[in-house]
Ligand binder design. Structure first.
Ligand code: GLV
Length: 314
């Protein structure tokens, strides 16, 4: 039976392998992975595992890596390609969950729920106020999506369906069907940042997108814009974000991703009230996580039978 090592405990999934799970309750170190995975045929990894050359060179039998995530920026894909190690990920099954979380952050940022709710439990709220806790409406506003892949496109559909938002997007290539279906307009990054009321960063982390959003880009955004990042922290220069927020730029920011993760408790971002940070929970619904686990093992089963996996990383 082929040996598969999972770096984390996953939601239960049927699978036919000799599965060993590392149960540290955190991302294992290289030596912890090597202790168990030396002879492994496949690894199941998460976005916190650094699957670099150093590690891969020590795993001579490795033929496959099933990443329990859609992003694969933690894996040396060039090395895998050169050494015929097949890498798979879990697209589609987490699209809905991540789009929903993005929307939850958008709504929260627009209405500042995370600041209003504690006023009730702390007794600070002494009664209804005409001018109290004022947020910003989403209806008919312009939503700028940076990276209109599967998740970005789903967010656009939700925004149109629920709030009649006008969709702007920036992407390497135009998606004509998407444009037609959602009356979306393709813009340059800078045009999109200037025009949008709500900006969602939804692009994968690649050498081209690392630090895509710096001080200059942040200052192009409207003073009252809402900025959401549910992709990868490294897409944005976090120091620049802190600087512009301190200068009272941007209405609110919702981040499901930061640099680093976890964000140190003493990060200035934690004390800026109009920022809401969640602990990288984009795909964290019971449904999505169960399907992600199943897809990892379905991919490995196909690879074991010399079939093309369902969701290879190209
Ligand atoms: C989560 O961030 C993922 O890439 O799936």
């Amino acid at each position: 039976m082929k040996k598969v090592v999972s770096t984390r405990q996953l939601p239960y999934s049927n699978q036919p392998f000799q599965l060993e799970t590392l149960e540290f309750g955190r991302a294992p170190t290289h030596s912890e992975i090597l202790n168990t995975a030396k002879e492994a045929w496949a690894l199941v990894t998460t976005l916190e595992d650094k699957i670099n050359q150093e590690l891969l060179k020590e795993l001579p039998n490795l033929k496959a890596i099933a990443q329990f995530a859609v992003g694969t920026n933690n894996i040396d894909l060039d090395y895998c390609r050169a050494h015929n190690i097949i890498v798979t990920n879990t697209p589609d099954v987490l699209t809905e969950a991540t789009a929903e979380l993005t929307f939850a952050l958008m709504l929260n940022c627009a209405r500042q729920i995370h600041r209003a709710a504690p006023d009730v439990s702390t007794g600070k709220w002494i009664g209804w106020e005409p001018m109290g806790h004022l947020g910003i409406a989403l209806k008919n506003k312009k939503l700028g999506i940076v990276g209109a892949g599967r998740i970005g496109q789903r967010i656009a559909e939700m925004a149109r369906g629920a709030f009649d938002m006008q969709i702007l997007y920036h992407n390497r290539k135009a998606h004509l069907d998407f444009e037609k279906k959602n009356q979306a307009t393709l813009l340059s990054l800078h045009e999109l940042l200037k025009e949008s009321d709500v900006i969602v960063l939804m692009t994968p982390l690649t050498p081209e997108t690392r630090s895509l959003i710096n001080q200059k880009e942040l200052l192009l955004m409207k003073k009252d814009a809402i900025l959401i990042n549910t992709s990868r922290g490294e897409i944005m220069n976090q120091e620049d974000l802190i600087d512009v927020l301190k200068k009272d730029h941007l209405f609110a920011v919702g981040l499901d991703v930061t640099t680093p993760e976890p964000l140190p408790q003493n990060s200035p971002l934690n004390s800026i009230e109009r920022v809401l940070i969640t602990p990288h929970i984009g795909s964290a619904t019971r449904e999505a996580r169960a399907q992600m686990a199943q897809l990892c093992f379905d991919n490995l089963e196909r690879i074991a039978k010399d079939l093309k996996p369902l969701t290879p990383v190209s």
